[in-house]
Design a protein. Structure first.
Length: 293
């Protein structure tokens, strides 16, 4: 359904990752005041897939998501890791039978992978990307790559996505560490989507969207982290990865069935609080790591 990235996962253990404390770029109404009293967060049932791991929010319409994603802290720089991204989508793209027809994404991938889709970047570096997809347009209708040549493994890069419904525009911001570059801003036309899911995911699929069979890992290791998570609903209710909506863990298993019917290959750890400001406040449950099991 889209141009997803071919990659296989082999790795040594990823050591401690420390993200830079990055300022979030304000984009229009993404910082609008909250006029309605927030409702308690709900943790949903774990979603089992064959290809993705992280967290997905549902039960509301969403206009904004932001997170700091860490570059995998490993010497394997050959595109063997999955895409790491935040996403707004029309429908759940983590469920094999319930996928939506539109999504917008922003995240990180290796140069060797991005180059096969038109990026120009030095070998052995990481690339940030933004992308918007609409089924009715037969593929991604907007994409852009930004070289992360000055970003080290273990560094945090902040990404934000904002859907300006009134202006019918999509806004993306990529903010590397202050020592490695300046914020990059992109925008494009929207196509009237109602984004009823928001997610932060690692994605193991090939260029045709087919899940890559994940190997059995002898030793557990952390692939990357999502920090400073922030989500805003269409009507201005704010949260971290949790809020007045349902937040569901997503894990990749050997057969797409939940444990114990399927063996867990990649999954997020429990949400925790990093103490960093995101979308105007410090909020609990705004961080997690993704682990190979």
């Amino acid at each position: 359904m889209r141009r997803r990235i071919t990659r296989t996962l082999f790795a040594a253990a990823a050591a401690g990752v420390t993200a830079s404390t990055l300022g979030l770029s304000a984009v229009g109404a993404a910082n609008a005041a909250v006029a309605t009293k927030a409702q308690p967060a709900t943790i949903g049932t774990t979603i089992a897939t064959t290809s993705t791991a992280g967290y997905e929010a549902s039960g509301r319409d969403f206009r904004y998501i932001s997170s700091t994603l860490t570059v995998p802290d490993t010497s394997f720089l050959t595109g063997i890791y999955p895409q790491e991204y935040i996403q707004l989508s029309n429908g759940s793209l983590t469920q094999p039978t319930g996928g939506g027809d539109q999504y917008i994404r922003a995240g990180i991938e290796a140069c060797v992978v991005a180059r096969s889709f038109g990026a120009t970047c030095p070998t052995g570096t990481w690339v940030a990307f933004v992308e918007a997809f609409d089924n009715s347009l037969s593929g991604p209708y907007f994409s852009h790559f930004y070289n992360l040549a000055g970003v080290n493994q273990g560094d945090g890069v902040n990404f934000s996505i904002y859907y300006d419904e009134a202006g019918n525009e999509l806004h993306f911001v990529i903010t590397p560490p202050s020592t490695s570059g300046t914020p990059q801003y992109y925008k494009t036309q929207a196509y009237g989507a109602i984004f009823d899911h928001a997610a932060a995911l690692d994605d193991f699929t090939d260029s045709t969207g087919t899940p890559i069979p994940l190997p059995f890992f002898i030793h557990a290791f952390r692939i990357n982290q999502f920090l400073q998570g922030a989500i805003t609903t269409e009507h201005g209710l704010r949260g971290s990865f949790v809020g007045p909506w349902t937040t569901s863990p997503v894990e990749a298993t050997s057969n797409g069935l939940p444990f114990p019917s399927g063996h867990v290959r990649v999954s997020p750890n429990a949400l925790w609080s990093d103490g960093l400001v995101a979308n105007g406040a410090v909020r609990a449950n705004d961080a997690f790591g993704v682990w190979a099991r």
